[in-house]
Design a protein around this ligand. Structure first.
Ligand code: ASP
Length: 302
């Protein structure tokens, strides 16, 4: 299951871009399916799907990242392996083509879980992951979006409607492989007009990402601060573990908790150990697609 962010997506219903999102989501899902069918691990597949999402300018991650208050791109990403709870994350990174690939290197290297800023960039050079100059990331549309947020004095979700042109978002993937292992990955450019140095929920294990074979795998999107304060991904996992809920009930219980405790805006995708796929959201839209137990590919934007 993959997602392309939560927010106000009503405009998509009336535009050709609805088909563009559907094509993108379906093509990436099918790549994930074929790798899982070949026997690839859930961890490899969530990394691969998120890299494809990062390389697509439709989404607020990698190349399509939104701009912070300084007009710069600072990205966060993380992934987690459900069989042994290994995790890797990077925060506040610049110039990295695929932050999720760097997070994977952190996971594999094994000494640390989270690297930030210049230290993460130095590690990226050591690992020889691909880097690009600012121009690769910064587009006219993102400059305009930042100007609109600044004119409104707001810090916004990529999807949020200051003007009806904003409808893109953070990305994530969750998967269960043929061995029954679970994994989750999330990647983002964060919030439009965020303070430089700000880190959201995305790279924080238990907030924007979580995977445990005993429970479920979760990838979140929405106002990061609210997901941090509610530790939402781990809260959903706890609902599976301690209340015996499946992915469908746990994702809804998680969003109910997010709304009840902090009036939160966002959504989650969840897969449980039995392979049930679920999504829940408090925003009007959540771009997501799923293939449940090898069946048909589905895509939903609302
Ligand atoms: N959760 C992300 C953040 O707060 C934003 C998003 O999901 O669109 O950085």
């Amino acid at each position: 299951m993959i997602h392309g962010g939560a927010g106000a997506l009503e405009d998509l219903k009336h535009e050709a871009s609805e088909a563009t999102f559907q094509q993108s989501i379906t093509a990436i899902l099918e790549q994930g399916r074929s790798r899982l069918e070949q026997g690839d691990s859930a961890l490899d597949v969530v990394e691969h799907c998120v890299m494809l999402l990062e390389d697509d300018r439709l989404y607020n991650a990698g190349q399509g990242s939104v701009l912070n208050a300084e007009g710069k791109v600072e990205m966060d990403a993380a992934l987690m392996n459900g069989s042994d709870l290994r995790a890797g994350a990077v925060a506040c990174v610049k110039h990295i083509k695929n932050p999720i690939a760097l997070a994977r290197r952190v996971l594999e290297q094994g000494d640390h879980v989270l690297l930030v800023g210049d230290g993460a960039l130095e590690f990226a050079k050591f690992c020889e992951v691909t880097t690009y100059p600012d121009e690769y990331f910064i587009t006219e549309a993102r400059i305009l979006q930042l100007a609109e947020a600044q004119a409104a004095g707001r810090m916004t979700l990529d999807h949020e409607r200051i003007k009806p042109s904003q409808k893109l978002g953070t990305v994530g993937a969750v998967a269960r492989d043929l061995q029954g292992n679970l994994a989750a990955a999330t990647s983002t450019g964060g919030l439009v007009n965020k303070r430089w140095g700000r880190v959201g929920d995305t790279p924080i294990v238990g907030a924007g990402v979580f995977a445990d074979n005993e429970t479920c795998a979760v990838s979140a999107t929405g106002y990061g601060e609210q997901f941090l304060r509610t530790v939402l991904a781990k809260t959903i996992s706890d609902f599976v573990q301690f209340k015996g809920l499946d992915a469908v009930a746990a994702s809804q219980a998680g969003i109910d908790y997010l709304v009840r405790k902090v009036n939160g805006d966002g959504g989650v995708i969840v897969i449980d150990g039995a392979g049930n796929c679920a999504a829940a959201q408090s925003t009007s839209g959540l771009i997501r697609g799923w293939i449940e137990r090898g069946g048909e590919a589905h895509c939903k934007l609302g």
